[in-house]
Write a protein that binds this ligand. Structure first.
Ligand code: IVH
Length: 586
């Protein structure tokens, strides 16, 4: 049903487009105004009926201020690679498809701006729209009308009278920094990137603001249509030559465009632009390589997302490649397993790094990571190293996939999964060797059950000497247990033992926090203790009468936290520890 409506909508849209063209461009309408209106009404009725269409509209969120415009042909994205090998594979592939030994490519900058589609009817600017969902975009005609880089009329009669011009709107880096400086001073909005500033400027309802932002439009594409036009002037031209013609009618085309005759040329162009990147006054994030012959472009064609005749080779930001050697699965205090990648040491901005967190299950899955892979490492915010990608072209057949563990690497208990199997954790708490130290230290930390003088180095030595295996072992502590503990005075030992022997009250809030249950930090402990008031009620609620519905009554405590508490309390060893503290909790 839905598909049917969609195809009818498509047909009517095409019809309307055809009649628009006949009416506006050729001045030769073929149907009456009434028939045209009926067509339009039919379309809007079907659009309303079709939820699918509504969904598409929603992508524009609250930008209701803008009218929407249909791009005549879909605005596609670009496939990209981060490596020369990736580019070489593209090169080989297209030569093989075209059955040629040599072809020409057009090398361009990859502008980091906002994609814009311009429509010219009768060689007059008719509309300008942002990409939107590729088919429909926000109409920004008013905002761009005064850009000197966008001609309003195309002063060449040989130009087709229906034409789409594609390009990017950007702003100079200098202008971006200057405006941000001013905005800091005036306590106004700060833009995170020059691209955001350009997009924000185009979306201004008050187009005078857009006017003062010195936006620049650079053309990197075009579409002309045989069915509407006399296209002789463009036909049989190459991509590069048409760009030159477009330049002559007043568009801005980058000076850095090159015709490239071989893979050597592509490599040289990439290296040249990479070297020049800093001195280019606007942001670029790579180069784009396109097949130059339009005939060949047509032959190779498109897929749903990209043209198959172009590829972007992107630069890496403060990043380098390395080889993945190993993945360590570390067990945190709350039992959460964090995978950590260990790779061949590399220097990024002067710092030697060799490991980076892989965060969780999905992160590894999305990277599609294999041992021995060539990985791309970036220092995010120039501090924390992060693996942002894999160079798949360097993967060999014998490499093995990185798999997430199902058992705790420390105590071999089966791991429990959470958040749609994205986070895995070990529920063995104090009885998992890896968690033990961190958990006991947390148990006696400042906001938990603090014992004056019971310092980190003393606790660690008692754990090492196997005297302290879990927090409740403090009740067995005697003076003699401190015999092998270094750097502790008799006075401190007495202070510690006195506090333990005279322990009489622990607040429920601190006790819940001290257990170090996943997701149960200070705030959650406060909320739970406020709600439960007594330890008995806490046990009843989270263990004995555990029901999903009931928890929803504690604001801010979600089902995942409740499950974690339930799992913790279900562990008989944990229950035993708790029972020893029970009498002190109020
Ligand atoms: S060609 C139909 N050429 O990058 C192919 N796009 O990441 C797409 N972009 O949406 C247009 N510089 O907005 C082309 N020299 C260039 C480009 C370029 C930047 C943008 C474009 C596209 C995006 C994909």
């Amino acid at each position: 049903m839905k598909n049917n409506i969609e195809s009818v909508i498509k047909k009517i849209k095409l019809e309307i487009k055809k009649h628009n063209y006949l009416y506006y461009v050729l001045n030769k309408p073929k149907i009456s105004d009434l028939s045209y209106d009926i067509l339009f009404k039919k379309l809007s009725y079907l659009k309303k009926k079709n939820k699918f269409f509504k969904k598409k509209k929603n992508i524009f969120g609250n930008k209701k201020n803008f009218k929407l415009t249909h791009h005549h042909s879909k605005m596609l994205s670009l496939e990209n690679t981060f490596s020369i090998e990736g580019m070489f594979n593209f090169y080989k592939k297209v030569l093989a498809i075209l059955k040629k030994k040599k072809i020409k490519f057009c090398g361009e900058l990859k502008y980091d701006g906002v994609a814009v589609n311009l429509i010219y009817k009768n060689r007059t600017l008719y509309s300008a729209a942002m990409r939107g969902n590729g088919e429909i975009g926000e109409n920004i005609t008013k905002n761009i009308k005064f850009l000197p880089s966008i001609p309003k009329f195309l002063n060449n009669k040989k130009f087709p009278n229906f034409l789409e011009i594609r390009g990017e709107i950007y702003i100079y880096k200098k202008k971006f920094h200057k405006l941000n400086k001013q905005n800091v001073k005036n306590k106004k909005l700060i833009f995170s990137t020059a691209r955001n500033l350009a997009a924000g400027s185009l979306r201004q309802k008050n187009y005078k603001i857009s006017k003062n932002r010195n936006l620049i439009f650079v053309c990197h594409g075009f579409n002309f249509f045989k069915e509407f036009n006399d296209i002789k002037y463009f036909e049989n031209n190459s991509f590069y030559n048409i760009l030159k013609k477009i330049k002559h009618v007043g568009f801005y085309i980058s000076k850095k465009i090159r015709l490239l005759n071989s893979f050597e040329d592509i490599k040289k162009f990439y290296k040249y632009i990479k070297r020049k990147r800093k001195s280019i006054p606007f942001e670029i994030d790579g180069i784009v390589i396109k097949i130059n012959s339009l005939k060949s472009q047509k032959l190779i064609g498109y897929n749903n997302k990209f043209p198959k005749w172009a590829l972007a080779l992107k630069f890496l930001n403060q990043s380098k490649t390395s080889t993945l050697l190993h993945v360590n699965f570390e067990v945190g205090r709350t039992g959460v397993i964090t995978p950590v990648a260990i790779f061949k040491p590399i220097k990024i901005s002067g710092v030697l790094i060799q490991k980076a967190s892989l965060f969780n299950y999905n992160y590894i899955k999305n990277l599609n990571l294999y041992y021995k892979d060539t990985i791309i490492v970036q220092r995010s915010g120039d501090v924390i190293p992060k693996i942002i990608g894999v160079i798949f072209d360097r993967r060999k057949k014998n490499f093995k996939k990185v798999k997430f563990l199902r058992k705790c690497p420390s105590c071999h208990t089966n791991l429990i999964s959470e958040k749609n199997k994205n986070i895995y954790y070990c529920n063995n708490g104090f009885f998992c060797i890896s968690q033990k130290k961190k958990k006991i230290l947390h148990f006696f930390s400042k906001n938990a059950i603090e014992i004056l003088g019971f310092r980190k180095n003393i606790i660690l030595q008692l754990i090492k000497n196997k005297i302290l295996n879990n927090p409740s072992d403090i009740f067995k502590l005697k003076k003699k247990n401190f015999l092998n503990v270094k750097k502790v005075s008799v006075k401190t030992i007495n202070l510690i033992l006195n506090q333990i022997n005279n322990m009489n009250s622990i607040s429920l809030e601190r006790f819940i926090f001290s257990l170090g249950i996943l997701g149960v930090g200070k705030e959650a402990s406060k909320k739970i203790s406020k709600h439960c008031v007594t330890f008995e009620k806490f046990l009843n609620l989270f263990y004995k009468n555990y029901t999903k519905k009931f928890f929803l009554k504690i604001p801010g405590i979600g089902i995942n936290i409740c499950k974690n508490i339930y799992n913790f309390l279900s562990n008989s060893k944990n229950k035993k520890i708790i029972s020893l503290f029970k009498k002190f909790i109020f």
